[in-house]
Design a protein around this ligand. Sequence first.
Ligand SMILES: [Zn+2]
Length: 573
Amino acid sequence: MIHKSFLIFLLLTISLKFSFAQSDTNKTKKLMPITGILGITGSFGEIRVDHFHSGVDLRTDNKIGKEVRATNDGYISRINISPVGFGKAIFVDHPNGLTTVYAHLDRYSDPINKYAKKIQYQLKSFKIDAFPKPTDIPIKKGDLLGYSGNSGSSGGPHLHYEVRTTTDQRPLNPIPNFLNVIDSISPIIKSLHIYRLDSSSYANGHSRKIDIIVFKHQNEYLINSKINASGKIGIGIDALDRLNSLSTQCGFKSITLSVNDRIIYNLTLDKFSFAESRYVNSIIDYATRITSGKEIVRLFVDPCNFFSGLHNIYNKGIITVIPDSIYKIVIRVADASNNISKLSFSINGINPPIKPETVGIQKGNTLLLSCMMDNSIINDTFILQIPKYSFYNNLYFTHQCIESSKYIYSSLVRLHNLKTPLHQKIKLEIKSKNIPVKYRSKALFATFDASQRIVSVGGEWKNGSVSGSISNLGDYFITLDTIAPEIRPVNIKSNMANAHGIQAIVTDEFSGIKEINGYIDGNWVLFDFDQKNSLIFYQFDEERLVKNKNHHIEIIAKDNKDNEKRFNYDFFW
Ligand SMILES: [Zn+2]
C-alpha cells in the first residue's frame, strides 16, 4: 500500500512539474491582440442583459484604430459583418483546436477587406457571414487583422476578444491561460440577500427578500445584523471584481455556498455554450433587475434552470431552517486569477411568529403552469403557446384582456408581468378588429418596455389575427406601421470631388429598418450601416466608380412592414 501511494505521489509530482513547465513556456509565448498595458472593461461570464458576456473587453482608451493582431498561427475561418451584435468581426481557427474572435472592429486589414468587400458586392449586402476556406487567408501569429473600433452593438470603442473551442464554438475564459493580465485584487461583495422560498417560511420578517449590508473586516466580509429564520430560504449576493487599476467593474468567475462546511451551490463561469447564455435570467434575481437594475446572484436553482456552469448543487441550494439549530454559512467569490473573497455569517433557526393571513386580490384569470410541460392558453381574444422549459419555475400565470379606446385594432392582452423571465420565444396570436383591408399587411404587435415606452415586436396579419413570437411577458396589442423610414443626407452636395464618401442618417419610427440599398448610376454600391447611430456610409471606390464625371445616387430604405423611402441626387465626383 505504501509503495502504491508513493508511486501516485511521484506521478502527481511529475505531472505537476510538467504542467508548470508547460504553462511557463506558454506565458512567454502569449501574444496580446492589442499592444500596451491591458485594461479590462468587461470580463468573461460577466452578467449582461439576457446573456453572459462571452469574451473579454480590452480597453482602447476611448479611441478607435488600434492595431489588432492574431494571437496565434492559423487561418481566417469566418468574416461576420452586421449592423448590430459584433459589428465587423474576424474569426481565426488555430491548429491547437481553438478559435479566436476579434469583434467591433472599425475596419479590416487590406487583404481581409478586399476579400470581404468582394463577397458583399456579390451578395449585394452589407451584412454577410462568410466562411473562407483554410487556404484562402492563412494567418501567422502577430499578423494584422484590422483596427479596433466601435462597430455593431458596442457601447464605446473597445476590442471584444474571445477564445472558443473550434469544434463546438463554446467560448472559454481567456484569463489566465490566453491573456497576460496580472490581477491581485479580490472580488468585492456588496450586499447579502435572504429570500423566503415558500409561504410558510420566515426570514427576519415576511417580506419576499431581506437586504443585508456587508462590511469588510481584515480579509473577510461579515454582517452586523442577526438573521433569524424558519423554513425554506435561499441566499443571494451582489458581487463584482476589478482586475487592475485600468479595469472597470467586472464580473466574478465563481461563487460557492457552504452550509455547515458542506458545499450546496457552486456557479463557475469558465466555459458555456451560446444556447444556454440566457440562463443568466434565472441565475440572477430577474424581478429586482427589472425594477432596480441591481444584479443579485441567487445561490439557489430554479427547477427548469439547466445551466452547465452549476456544480455541487445540493437540494437546489435551498436551506431548510429548523428551530433551535444554527447554520454556519460561508460564501466564497473567486475571480479568474483565483483571488478569493469570503463572506461568513450564521442563521439562527427559530419558531416564527404567526403570520397574519393576507388575502391577495387576483385580477384576471390565474392558471398554475409547470415549467416542465407544454402549455397553451386559448380564448376568444388570444392564443398563447408556451413550449416546455420556457419558464424557469412553475408559476401561477395570470392573464387578462382589457378593452380600451386607446387600443383600436385589438384588446390589450396582459400576459402575467414583465418581471418573470422567459428562456425562449413563445407564440402569441391576438384577434384583430377594425383594420381596413389595405392596412392589414401593416399590422404588428406593440408592447411596453421597462420604461413604459411603446415598442414594436413584429408579427404578421393572417386570417383575422396577428401572430408572432415574443421573448418577454407583459402587455401586448395590435397597431399599424404605415410610416416610411426617413433618409437625411449628411454631406451630400452637387460637387463631391473632395469628399471621401457619402453619409446619410436613416431612421424609422416604429417597426425598424429591414434593408438599405444604395445605387450609383444604377449599380448597387456598398453602404456600411451603423444601426446604433442610424448612420450609413459609402466610401468612394476607384476600382468600381469612374472619377471626374457626373453621377446619380439613389438610396432606398425599407422598414419591417415594407414601407419604403427613396432618396435621389445628382453629384460630381
Ligand atoms: Zn464584449
